[in-house]
Design a protein around this ligand. Structure first.
Ligand code: MG
Ligand code: MG
Length: 263
């Protein structure tokens, strides 16, 4: 992972634009997600829209950590018990009642944006609806911890406390991260831990904060078939939301967000 880099206001503006491209595509994907749509159709839609916007898909060709199976998709599409890194496929057709997490990364003018959202397909179970709501709120609570002189573990502590207080669990194997001219920079941003630890936050840092929340236990396993798809070990549902957040002089700014935060 590349070291932590402070970004200039100009760089943060470019990253805001990168994330704006992503937020718009996620919003539009939310409108086309319905029973019968395949995750490969969603992938094609996202790739076309990124390229129209002058960006490049950030995940496509991302190197696998063990072998030559680079990530083939523009989006990661993770359905139901899949946590993250699901591979888009014309064999994966969404059904009524599914949930699908879409993670989307873009490189734009040399900088990265990274954001994710979980969508309900038609009408979902009460448990699934609550999982989405709790994960979304956990993200908000994590983001609300971002401030200059705050510590990176304040974020994870807020996420974990809220999630576990609602009877769900947070994934340990995957974490948020710094982001900039590299997709993954220091510091790592876990979704768990004691407060007041780790990297001290400073204006100009940009963090991708991304709680992954399981309805059952926190354990995950990686698919041997594609080497990428992480799913819950107990088969329970999982949700994932992510935003890229800049540390400002007085608080934070959610990049690409029309209601950008506390500055
Ligand atoms: Mg992401
Ligand atoms: Mg990320």
């Amino acid at each position: 992972m590349s070291p932590t880099v402070l970004k200039s206001p100009t760089e943060i503006e470019i990253m805001d634009q990168a994330n704006r491209i992503i937020r718009t595509i996620l919003r539009d994907l939310g409108a086309i997600v319905r029973p019968g749509v395949t995750t490969l159709e969603m992938d094609r839609f996202a790739e076309d829209r990124i390229r129209e916007g002058g960006g490049v898909p950030a995940f496509k060709g991302y190197p696998h950590r063990n072998d030559g199976r680079d990530f083939p998709g523009t989006i990661c599409s993770s359905v139901n018990s899949e946590v993250v890194h699901g591979v888009p496929s014309d064999n994966v057709r969404l059904d009524e009642g599914d949930i699908v997490s879409v993670d989307l990364g873009v490189r734009y003018k040399g900088y990265f944006g990274d954001s994710a959202e979980t969508f309900a397909v038609g009408t979902v179970s009460e448990e699934a609806a609550r999982l989405l709501q709790v994960t979304r709120e956990a993200l908000s609570r994590g983001v609300a911890q971002v401030r200059p002189d705050g510590r990176v573990s304040d974020i994870g502590h807020a996420v974990q406390s809220y999630v576990e207080g609602n009877g769900f669990s947070v994934v340990r194997e995957f974490v948020g991260h710094g982001i900039g001219s590299e997709l993954h920079e220091e510091p790592q941003v876990p979704n768990f831990g004691k407060p007041g630890r780790g990297t001290r936050l400073a204006p100009g840092m940009v963090l991708a904060i991304e709680p992954m929340v399981n309805a059952g236990g926190p354990e995950v396993m990686i698919s041997a078939d594609d080497g990428w798809t992480a799913r819950t070990r107990d088969g329970s549902l999982s949700a994932h939301y992510e935003v890229s957040v800049a540390v400002t002089e007085t608080g934070y700014r959610v990049l690409g967000d029309p209601a950008p935060g506390k500055e």
